[in-house]
Design a protein around this ligand. Structure first.
Ligand SMILES: Nc1ncnc2c1ncn2[C@@H]1O[C@H](COP(=O)(O)OP(=O)(O)O)[C@@H](O)[C@H]1O
Ligand SMILES: [Mg+2]
Length: 327
């Protein structure tokens, strides 16, 4: 494990938030955007999913942001990268004839053909991110200090990040190769880019996260310096009462207790809470052990994630220094 203190998440140019569906990628991307904006960074947060989630989380009631993107909070621009929009933009830049591009993109046969070939979406999405990362503002500084990508859910086979390398290996020359090369350079540049895996402290997500981290390290070579474990149960009792269930179990069940349920009933509730907490904590430690990564824990919020108030709570927790976790 790295002995040096880890740099802040906010020092990168590009943070790619990844993980299985439902682990909290979109929630974490939103929380990171808020944390970065609070620190004075100009942030772009890019969704890649089909439906826009970020406006609801960051600025409820605001209209969709679309491919053009919009500043939805001071310092935070959100966009949704639709691969067909990105392809249109790319072809428009390459060919310079917008009407031809639009004609091709509207063609049903062409769309069906492209839908059957998944890899191009990833490459074109990463190409768009590369393009945005290169953009400057009036004073010559970057248009966005930090770009956060809410990556597609990982699952079967090749991931989002493998594609540039596959193309570079397979295509010798031409614009496709140049595009893939610069994207690959951006992805593996440890100063610029960080992959942020999001896991849940449960059995299956623990194993899947370990496999994902292992594979991305080996096959993509992207920097991963911490794992986020989302939805972690807080300790159910104050520290001095961590054995509350045992204490309750020792009470005589017929003792006078006013309106309260029997001690044996309370003991059973307390035992359940404690067991759930301890199991959850053991998976947090397991994620740390299997990945060799320090871990940042985000609390499970019993209210669910309704909007900016909950995102603000998670933003605070997210930028805490990660810890090496032991069981
Ligand atoms: N820390 C948390 N506490 C409670 N609910 C959460 C937390 N993080 C995420 N959720 C909820 O879990 C679900 C999945 O989160 P989401 O960010 O959409 O995951 P993903 O983008 O990985 O599919 C959502 O309903 C979200 O509100
Ligand atoms: Mg999502």
């Amino acid at each position: 494990m790295a002995a040096e203190p880890l740099g802040s998440l906010l020092e990168r140019r590009l943070v790619i938030v990844t993980g299985k569906g439902g682990t909290g990628k979109t929630t974490v991307a939103a929380a990171l955007a808020v944390a970065a904006a609070r620190a004075g960074r100009r942030v772009l947060v890019a969704e890649t999913g089909r439906d826009e989630q970020l406006p609801r989380l960051l600025a409820p009631g605001s209209p969709p942001v679309g491919y053009a993107g919009r500043e939805i909070l001071p310092g935070v621009t959100a966009m949704r990268i639709d691969p067909f929009n990105a392809l249109g933009e790319y072809l428009g830049l390459q060919l310079g004839v917008r009407s031809v591009v639009d004609f091709v993109l509207r063609n049903r046969g062409f769309r069906q053909l492209m839908s059957a070939a998944p890899g191009w979406r990833d490459l074109i999405t990463l190409g768009k991110i590369w393009h945005v990362e290169q953009m400057t503002n009036g004073d010559g500084g970057p248009l966005y200090h930090l770009i956060i990508v809410d990556a597609p859910a990982t699952g079967h086979g090749v991931t989002f990040l493998d594609v540039p390398h596959v193309v570079v290996s397979a295509v010798r020359t031409g614009p496709l190769r140049r595009n893939a090369e610069r994207v690959e350079q951006m992805v593996v540049d440890t100063k610029r880019t960080l992959l942020l895996p999001v896991a849940l402290a449960e059995e299956l997500p623990t194993r899947e996260t370990a496999e994902l981290v292992e594979r991305l390290r080996a096959d993509v070579g992207i920097t991963i310096d911490r794992a986020v474990v989302n939805g972690v149960f807080p300790a159910p009792f104050p520290e001095a009462l961590s054995d509350l269930d045992e204490r309750l179990a020792k009470l005589p069940d017929d003792a006078p207790r006013g309106e309260l349920p029997r001690p044996s009933t309370l003991a059973a509730c307390a035992r359940y809470l404690r067991a759930r907490f301890e199991l959850n904590r053991s998976y947090v430690a397991e994620i740390g052990r299997l990945t060799g990564l320090p871990v940042v824990c985000l609390p499970y919020l019993t209210t669910g994630i309704q909007g900016p108030a909950e995102i603000a709570v998670l933003a605070d927790a997210l930028v805490e220094p990660p810890r090496a976790v032991t069981a």
